[in-house]
Design a protein around this ligand. Structure first.
Ligand code: NCD
Length: 307
């Protein structure tokens, strides 16, 4: 039985197959409309979510399966003091696969250790968000036609943003990626990430000004300042509007640069950018459904059964 805790849990070759499958599902949804008949996905969300939880549920429904779950810790027995280990043992009796989001780093991993069904990390604190990374990689592969040989700017809250941490780790396995980290001093990417890049001789630089690097970028990955992970509200208020992507800034960018964002957006991308052909964030949300369909299919080993 396989879980997904970190994007590196799949090899580059396995990811390629997963993305091929997601693209096939996108092209021919009818072929997969019933493959999860009689199967159930549990979504156990101890933290707020719109896209991740609902795209998981839509993915399971698109495959002909059913869904059950909870969308906040308050409405689960966590509010009574139950541990994730006990919860997952019980959920294992009700469902065939589980997607779990938790504010504590490592909680889905603890759950996976006790689970009788595959567990997918749907975001653990400021640590990892592997299914967002699968979404991001599929988006880049589909819209750019390649994974590798590009300069990517990651902008915003690089300290607490789990999507950024997972994406950097995943991209490190592809060739000729040049990272530009754009953040205020207080929200720089954690040291463990820069140490890892240095030890592997992967090219990166850290800057504060978005304008300065805009012309160099093939991809710009914008992120929200993660209010819920701040220790005090004053710091959040001071930093929340540090970057706002505007039309003027987009004029400095390459004609084929893509703007990605895991969403939700707060203020960091002006709505006037939404109609720019380079804005790819809503397409990205759509890819998220197909990659989760492919993931559920793969972890439930449905392809193997047919063969
Ligand atoms: C992200 C998350 O939860 O980390 N959202 C998502 O899943 N698409 C990004 C964020 O909340 O800023």
């Amino acid at each position: 039985m396989r879980h997904l805790m970190n994007p590196l849990d799949f090899s580059v070759e396995e990811l390629d197959s997963l993305f091929d499958l997601a693209e096939d599902m996108m092209k021919d949804p009818a072929k997969y409309a019933d493959v999860c008949h009689g199967k159930k996905l549990a979504t156990c969300f101890y933290e707020p979510s719109t896209r991740t939880r609902l795209s998981f549920e839509a993915a399971m429904m698109n495959l002909g399966g059913n869904v059950l779950g909870f969308s906040s810790a308050d409405s689960s027995s966590a509010a009574k003091g139950e541990s994730v280990s006990d919860t997952i043992r019980v959920i294992s009796c009700y469902a065939d696969i589980c997607a779990m989001r938790h504010p504590k780093e490592g909680a889905p991993m603890v759950a996976a250790g006790k689970s009788l069904i595959p567990v997918i990390n749907a975001g653990d604190g400021g640590h990892q968000h592997p299914t967002q990374t699968l979404t991001d990689l599929l988006t880049i592969r589909s819209l750019k036609g390649r994974l590798g040989s590009f300069t990517i700017g990651l902008c915003g809250d690089l300290k607490f943003g789990r999507t950024v941490h997972s994406l950097i780790e995943a991209l490190c396995r592809y060739k000729d990626i040049n990272f530009i980290f754009i953040s205020p001093e207080e929200l720089r990417v954690p040291d463990y990430v820069t140490e890892m890049l240095k030890s592997r001789n992967i090219s990166f630089k850290e800057v504060i000004s978005l304008e300065e690097v805009m012309p160099e970028l093939d991809l710009l990955y914008m992120t929200r300042v993660q209010r819920e992970r701040f220790f005090n509200e004053e710091d959040y208020i001071r930093l929340k509007d540090f970057y706002i992507l505007t039309k003027e800034k987009m004029e400095l960018a390459k004609e084929d640069m893509l703007v990605l964002h895991p969403l939700p957006r707060v203020n960091e991308i002006s709505v006037e950018i939404d109609s720019d052909p380079r804005a790819a964030y809503f397409k990205q949300a759509n890819y998220g459904v197909y990659v989760r369909m492919a993931l559920i299919y793969t972890l439930l080993e449905l392809g193997k059964k047919e063969a």
